[in-house]
Design a protein around this ligand. Sequence first.
Ligand code: ZN
Length: 147
Amino acid sequence: MLDQLYRQLVIEHSRNRRNHRKLEGSKVQQKHYKNPTCGDVMTLFMEVSTDKRINDISFVGEGCSISMASASMMTELIKGVSVEEASQLREAMEQMIRKGEVSEDIDLGDALALEGVHKLRARHNCALMAWQALDRILGDYPEYRLK
Ligand code: ZN
């Protein structure tokens, strides 16, 4: 039953992608990301405020339903949080997908629907693509770093 519900949530997000648009402006950073395993591609757009809060986040891309649903779910989760919280969410997501461990402290919201991807090793990169793009942006720009 739960599986069915999760599957529907993934399909719903992949069809009605949240924040699926470009962001423009001088403060917008972007990162193109490719998942060679499956051919998924995306560009992540992000605008971070001077107090290190993610003001806005969006993506454009094409790929399998897991990758697109995951990107959609991620933008919903990340919008408005601090860089530090974004980083914690990313770690929790990585842990769930790679190790099958669901964090008790950090709520991944709709992205919890992707828990089952842990068992599909070949799809790990699909579920994590958007999160890896996020990590790259946060890592690339020194002003976004925590220290
Ligand atoms: Zn994929």
